[in-house]
Write a protein that binds this ligand. Structure first.
Ligand SMILES: [Zn+2]
Ligand SMILES: [Zn+2]
Length: 93
């Protein structure tokens, strides 16, 4: 479980490395839309909210026992948080 979390975190970092550019003023700039962020954490939040929305509403279905099933690969997880992690590690990177 701990290892899995680590993957998720490095996944976000990877996105930040790819899509954030630190300009000469020390401001982080989003390469996708040009928005400025105060710092890397803020930039990651921006990327997540605007370009990689992991609100998975049409990406998985709820099973009758409360579990979630991924529509892309049929993987079943015990709750939505795990589905999000699954999605980040398997379908976004
Ligand atoms: Zn952006
Ligand atoms: Zn999947």
């Amino acid at each position: 479980m701990r290892v899995f979390m680590l993957f998720v975190i490095s996944g976000l970092d990877e996105l930040a490395t790819i899509h954030l550019h630190k300009n000469i003023a020390g401001v982080f700039e989003c390469k996708l839309c040009g928005k400025h962020s105060r710092d890397r954490t803020d930039g990651k939040r921006h990327l997540e909210a605007n370009h990689f929305p992991w609100d998975l509403k049409d990406k998985f279905i709820r099973l009758s026992d409360g579990k979630c099933q991924c529509l892309l690969c049929d993987k079943v997880t015990s709750h939505k948080g795990n589905m999000r992690q699954h999605f980040v590690t398997h379908h976004l990177l």
